[in-house]
Design a protein around this ligand. Structure first.
Ligand SMILES: [Zn+2]
Ligand SMILES: [Zn+2]
Ligand SMILES: [Zn+2]
Ligand SMILES: [Zn+2]
Ligand SMILES: [Zn+2]
Ligand SMILES: [Zn+2]
Length: 420
């Protein structure tokens, strides 16, 4: 990425970072994917949109209802609204059977009910397992709320039942009860979620997680399987050179630190993935794992590691998580869509965005995650100078990127990248 291209790129990156600092920008990213003018109802169950609930029209004790961004502006102006951030597969309820005499100003031709809409206590302004509002006037503990990517409820960090990973903004969280509803995810968690937490500087979370990995070696398996047919193909797969286990094992046997392919470009990795024919879940289960308690924090692009065999796909549908295979499902992809739409509307496009638009989705996500990663680290680095009242020189910036590069090398030789 641009980081390696020298000082010129660095300066423009800092400019971008400053721009990015604006909260306004962040908010518009969330809203940017939704239309502020037109009710989204005619689009049906929208894959992901900014959503609101109206405490004035549909208060607690009645039927929960959700309204689109445009309706929140045009139909419920001045009402007591709950911002629900974004939710998936939802159709705007504004003015339908859930509202008594209230009529939508933007789109009246609605069915009485949207039967596929899913509701939870968020629609009455309550969050987490503790059933509290946000912000909570009675809660003095500073604690960030984190959204579960499966149930889309929000949780206090301290109510997740596990230590939140450092730099959680880089990761996707699945809450404990969703992990239990899709128990096959525990097999992935043992292999994928653990190293991700150690990606940044050492922390408490790292210690905890390393213990998990140890446990995993001796653990009994508890999640549902992929069937005999899948097992057969796993055997076959193991003979192929490029599957993750085979690659890793061979590399270790040859005294290498890991699969060579992990250093390759994204495209090579994608190629590697296509050749994999067996069930990755079975492969992971063979290694053994322990089902833990509490929420799991997943590293970036973890979804691309999920098995896509027929049996696993059936399991995703049964557990109501088929969206996990959809790279565009992530909030990040949605925010990016919002941002790109704005960027292209504005004159003079950001070189980062221009680069993004020429990549496929997996590459885009990789870059966005890396960019966010970098942004956080650079911000911390620059903050040190500000705190000490020192002026940042171009040598300082150069040192930052040198440190970053060596850190990255450490990460990669730490076996935290996968080949599949
Ligand atoms: Zn609407
Ligand atoms: Zn209202
Ligand atoms: Zn409306
Ligand atoms: Zn809570
Ligand atoms: Zn959940
Ligand atoms: Zn499978």
């Amino acid at each position: 990425m641009a980081v390696n291209e020298g000082d010129e790129a660095t300066v423009s990156l800092v400019d971008v970072l400053e721009e990015d600092e604006e909260l306004e920008n962040e908010a518009s990213a969330v809203l940017g994917g939704s239309d502020p003018e037109k009710c989204s109802y005619p689009e049906g169950y929208v894959k992901r949109q900014a959503l609101y609930a109206c405490n004035t029209c549909t208060p607690k004790g009645g039927e929960p209802a959700g309204i689109c961004l445009a309706c929140s502006y045009k139909c419920h102006e001045g009402h007591d609204l709950f911002e629900l951030y974004t939710k998936r597969n939802f159709r705007c309820d504004c003015g339908n059977g859930k509202f008594k005499d209230f009529e939508c100003k933007l789109y009246t031709d609605k069915d009485r009910l949207n039967t596929n809409n899913k509701y939870n206590h968020n629609f009455f302004g309550l969050y987490c397992t503790c059933e509290r509002p946000y912000p909570d006037p009675e809660d003095q503990v500073p604690d960030e709320m984190i959204q579960c990517i499966v149930c889309e409820d929000w949780f206090h960090g301290r109510h997740l039942g596990s230590v939140p990973a450092e730099s959680i903004e880089l990761q996707e969280m699945v809450c404990g009860s969703c992990m239990d509803r899709a128990p096959f995810l525990w097999a992935y968690a043992a292999q994928l979620a653990a190293p991700s937490v150690t990606r940044l500087s050492p922390s408490k979370a790292e210690v905890d997680v390393e213990v998990d990995v140890e446990d995993g070696q001796h653990g009994e398996e508890k999640s549902p399987g992929c069937g005999e047919e899948a097992k057969q193909s796993v055997k076959k797969e193991a003979e192929q050179p490029c599957t993750s286990t085979a690659c890793e094992e061979k590399a270790v046997a040859n005294g290498e630190t890991g699969c060579k392919r992990k250093y390759d470009e994204m495209e090579a990795a994608a190629e590697c993935k296509t050749e994999t024919a067996g069930c990755k879940l079975q492969e992971l289960k063979a290694k053994g794992f322990v089902k833990k308690e509490g929420a799991i924090f997943w590293p970036y692009v973890w979804r691309s590691k999920l098995c896509t065999c027929t049996d696993c796909k059936k399991a995703y549908v049964k557990a109501e998580v088929p969206f996990l295979l959809d790279e565009l499902d992530t909030v990040l992809a949605y925010e990016h869509k919002g941002k790109t739409e704005q960027e292209s509307a504005a004159e003079g496009r950001d070189p980062l965005m221009t680069a993004l638009s020429s990549m496929d989705r997996v590459q885009q996500l990789e870059l966005i995650y890396e960019y966010n990663d970098l942004k956080t680290e650079l911000k911390d680095y620059l903050k040190r100078f500000a705190d000490e009242g020192k002026v940042v020189t171009s040598e300082d910036i150069q040192r930052f990127f040198e440190e970053l590069r060596s850190k990255k090398r450490r990460r990669m030789s730490g076996g935290q990248y996968y080949c599949s």
